[in-house]
Design a protein around this ligand. Structure first.
Ligand SMILES: [Zn+2]
Length: 117
């Protein structure tokens, strides 16, 4: 049986659809790879930024405060090493000076006029 022009047209259309689907699949794979690479790059950059900000160096002119360290369960003299905002509430990041503890935790900032404990 010879192929009619209708069969040829149908076959051409099926091949074209298969080609378009293959192109779309390749495009999706390329976009997914680019997205994965971008996510990994941003994650690495974020970790590098965090490593810089959590070194624990006291912020310039930050006053000493006496706070109970949740890690050693003892009163410690700490200084603010950073600042974070959680749900629009600003917190001071403080670090326990005790060697072996060095716990970082959040404390409500001291208000002006508030007497340090
Ligand atoms: Zn501690």
């Amino acid at each position: 049986m010879t192929e009619s022009h209708v069969d040829a047209a149908v076959r051409a259309r099926i091949e074209a659809a298969r080609r378009r689907e293959a192109e779309r699949r390749q495009q999706r794979e390329e976009l997914a790879a680019a997205r994965t690479a971008g996510v990994a790059r941003r994650h690495a950059a974020k970790l590098a930024r965090q490593a810089q900000t959590t070194e624990g160096t006291p912020m310039p002119n930050s006053p000493f405060r006496s706070l109970p360290c949740p890690g050693c369960r003892a009163q410690r003299t700490v200084r603010k090493v950073g600042k974070v905002t959680v749900s629009r509430v600003a917190f001071d990041v403080v670090r326990c000076p005790q060697a072996g503890c060095e716990l970082l935790w959040l404390a409500l900032p001291e208000r002006p006029g508030q007497v340090a404990a």
